[in-house]
Design a protein around this ligand. Structure first.
Ligand SMILES: Cc1ncc(COP(=O)(O)O)c(C=O)c1O
Length: 420
């Protein structure tokens, strides 16, 4: 059983709910509009901010090359767009169940059971506004003040913010480019404390492109068996984007005895080029998923009804479109990887999946923010500072761009580094 956390409404029964005080009386500074501590502490997404600044500079007529994108540059396949348009015409325009369209929950459960060897029933699936809301909901229902998120670094930049929004603290477990950015089981075990409640695993990883091997997951499972209070969330959003020779494995399939405390988060954004559709899912332990459904029912309600029918077509349809895009990303990843390895002064752990590369730039003596600012100002190249991902010695480049753009970006980076 997973312990429930959170702050009880002490002494308040539903019939004796406290009266809401007007805003002006809630802060010490009466009459002034103040933000909550939660909002004050929140950092806006740096990746979205950089992409937006690059776009704005380009719109101003500047010669900008952006390798900062976190989304496929392909259109959503036509049969998926058509399914959503048909659903719209057929009148799927009203509120639906907060947990998602039953047929889509069923199809996701079938995919997890069949393709990922995770026996899953549809009640264990919640359809969310992208993988991001799946993580948000899960963190909200599992984590509270006093709880700790264990976060292997480098990490996707939203995890710590989402954990802090839930009131939890974050303990980072570092790894370096020299170690291939892999999670060391001994370091994991040393980081686990009595308040550690949830561990994040993200494979293929954003930003490093590291893919966890079967042996690595088995070693992590062995540690988890010794710490039954620790749950795990596997963020599998880049599942289909794998370099040749690499395979995606699910922890709960490798260690079925841990399935009750392993959650899977995934979505349609990266594999099917559906970033703007905002559809993802959370799957796992029924009690926890039910709590996440309740949370969603009181916050955003159902994901856009007709968009879910597009997602249903995607997950039930042929996968050749997914494979074709993944193959394009393989070629571009190789191009980016080879190009970076050819630049003197950079060290690269060649990415094994996703669509990023995360070279170590520490030999330049500059921090990642300075490098990125100067790259944009001096070379018109937009990339993302590693500090946003917990590693100030690296920068993140995306290969979700045309081969011409990748080549252009590599030349600008080479010019900058050689000019230092
Ligand atoms: C590692 C990781 N997880 C989750 C997400 C969220 O994806 P979605 O667009 O489905 O919310 C992203 C998006 O960039 C990501 O990189």
């Amino acid at each position: 059983m997973l312990r429930r956390s959170g702050v009880a409404l002490s002494g308040a029964s539903p019939s004796a709910a406290p009266m809401l005080r007007p805003l002006s009386q809630r802060s010490e500074n009466r009459g002034a509009l103040t933000l909550s501590d939660r909002a004050e502490a929140l950092q806006p997404s740096l990746t979205l901010a950089i992409a937006a600044r690059a776009k704005a500079l380009k719109a101003d007529g500047k010669d900008i090359c952006s390798l900062s994108a976190g989304e496929p540059d392909f259109d959503t396949p036509a049969f998926i767009r058509r399914a959503a348009a048909d659903a719209l015409e057929a009148g799927h325009t009203r509120y639906g169940p907060a947990a998602g369209e039953p047929a889509l929950r069923e199809a996701i459960a079938a995919k997890l059971s069949r393709e990922n060897q995770l026996p899953t029933r549809s009640e264990q699936v919640l359809v969310t506004n992208g993988g991001k809301q799946a993580l948000y909901n899960l963190f909200q229902v599992l984590l509270g003040p006093g709880d700790e998120l264990l976060l292997p670094s480098p990490y996707w930049l939203s995890y710590p913010e989402i954990a802090q929004l839930a009131g939890a603290s974050v303990r980072v477990i570092p790894s370096s480019a020299a170690e291939g950015f892999r999670l060391d089981p001994q370091r994991l075990e040393a980081a686990i404390g009595p308040n550690s409640k949830l561990l994040v695993l993200n494979s293929p990883s954003n930003p490093t492109g590291m893919v966890s091997s079967l042996a690595e997951l088995e070693a992590i499972a062995a540690v988890l068996r010794r710490h039954p209070h620790l749950a795990v969330v596997c963020d599998d959003i880049y599942e289909f984007l794998l370099a040749p020779g690499h395979q995606h494995h699910c922890l709960a399939a490798v260690a079925p005895d841990l399935a009750e405390r392993v959650f899977s988060v995934n979505g349609f954004a990266k594999g099917w080029a559906m970033t703007g559709w905002r559809i993802g899912w959370l799957a796992g332990n029924t009690e926890v998923v039910n709590a996440a459904i309740a949370l969603q029912s009181q916050s955003t309600s159902n994901v856009c009804s007709f968009a879910q029918f597009g997602a249903l077509a995607a997950i039930s349809g042929p996968r050749d479109c997914v494979q074709a895009m993944a193959e394009q990303f393989n070629q571009r990843r190789r191009l980016l990887s080879d190009g970076l390895q050819a630049i003197a002064g950079l060290t690269l752990m060649p990415p094994e999946g996703a669509f990023y590369a995360f070279p170590d730039i520490s030999s330049t003596g500059l921090d990642s923010m300075t490098i990125c600012r100067r790259l944009l100002d001096e070379q018109g190249l937009a990339v993302v500072p590693g500090v946003a991902f917990g590693d100030d010695g690296c920068i993140r480049l995306s290969c979700a761009a045309s081969e011409a753009t990748i080549n252009d970006g590599l030349q600008r980076l080479e010019r900058f580094i050689s000019g230092l």
